[in-house]
Write a protein that binds this ligand. Structure first.
Ligand SMILES: Nc1ncnc2c1ncn2[C@@H]1O[C@H](COP(=O)(O)OP(=O)(O)OP(=O)(O)O)[C@@H](O)[C@H]1O
Ligand SMILES: [Mg+2]
Length: 89
């Protein structure tokens, strides 16, 4: 585990800014739930943290390391998509 810090994170799709400067500090061991109406940018923000979407502006850090330009495989992050089907073994 490590801390996750977002500083003034923005996302633009073309000329439309959908995330307008997100600041979040999550300490090691913290538990965070993102809640908001459909289309407010929850998935976009998580994709940016995971590296599946580019960051238009601002910084995402894990511990002391800025990960904006790190490949997803190098971020040591795991995620589970909401429509994942669990198959009993
Ligand atoms: N690839 C894309 N190109 C253009 N606009 C996009 C793209 N992905 C998302 N958007 C827009 O960005 C905004 C945020 O979308 P996002 O999917 O992150 O919302 P959400 O909070 O996850 O919604 P939901 O609760 O329905 O999953 C929406 O207006 C959406 O239309
Ligand atoms: Mg979503």
């Amino acid at each position: 585990m490590a801390s996750l810090t977002l500083n003034n994170v923005k996302k633009r799709f073309g000329h439309i800014e959908v995330l307008k400067g997100i600041d979040i500090a999550i300490d090691d061991g913290d538990f965070l739930v993102l809640v908001g109406p459909s289309g407010c940018g929850k998935s976009t923000l998580l994709n940016m943290i995971a590296g599946l979407d580019s960051i238009s502006d601002g910084q995402v850090s894990i511990g002391d390391v800025v990960i904006n330009d790190l490949h997803p495989a190098d971020r040591d992050i795991a995620w589970c998509f909401s429509h994942t089907r669990c198959i009993p073994t």
